[in-house]
Design a protein around this ligand. Sequence first.
Ligand SMILES: O=C(O)CCC(=O)C(=O)O
Ligand SMILES: [Fe+2]
Length: 248
Amino acid sequence: MIEYVCANSLIYNWVVSCLRLPLEDAWRGFFHGHEKGVKGLKTNTSLPFDHLPLADAGYTMQNAREHFHVVLAASQQQEWPDALRHITEPLISILEKLCRQLLRALPQGDSMETVWLAEAERTGDVSVFDIFNYFPGSALAMAAHTDPGLFTAKFMSKTPGLELLDGNGDWLAIEELGSSAEVVVFAADVLERWTQGAVPSCRHRVRAPSQARLSLVYEMRVLQEGLSLDDLRFVEKRKQLLKSTRIS
Ligand SMILES: O=C(O)CCC(=O)C(=O)O
Ligand SMILES: [Fe+2]
């Protein structure tokens, strides 16, 4: 069995028509435009968290693609056009909500969500949003890997490329099966550990696209990837203690 969920409902269709298509056009414009040298943080900004992994923040050019990387805790301080930020942030929060809903649906899901929220408060939210513009080509566009966080949620790209490794060891070209109105969500490494392997991290890769391929990807992450189930139990105990000492 393959561990992914496809969501296709009224809300997501609404998202597609109202938010996603203009957003994709805006990002295409960005990648074709001249502003894309933007990298790192705005000058004269103070960040509440100085330990954020911001080395790859902003625009980078690679062999198979160009890329804009946003670390959510620093989204306001990152150097990126405000107009793009304003239309991208609502979409990120919809993907975040979807991931939290899926997390809560799992056994111990409430605890996992509590830990994620507590960590996001403690360290800043290190979840990321990536916008990739893949170039047409013949080589593999992104090598097989698993993602480091809890979930990865992405809009199916109109130009297919993403492949997920299924339980039989076959690569599933998910974007050829679904429609570009859908969101695909798959598990990542921290979730595999927190569920003690019950929800395995999904190996995936990106095949070279036949034409330019825009890809919008949200990764729900924690800074301390080594957080264990003991930490979960600790949070659960603290919640129970709070409940039992609450005066009604
Ligand atoms: O572009 C895609 O469809 C997937 C990107 C990906 O796997 C990643 O950012 O880790
Ligand atoms: Fe990935």
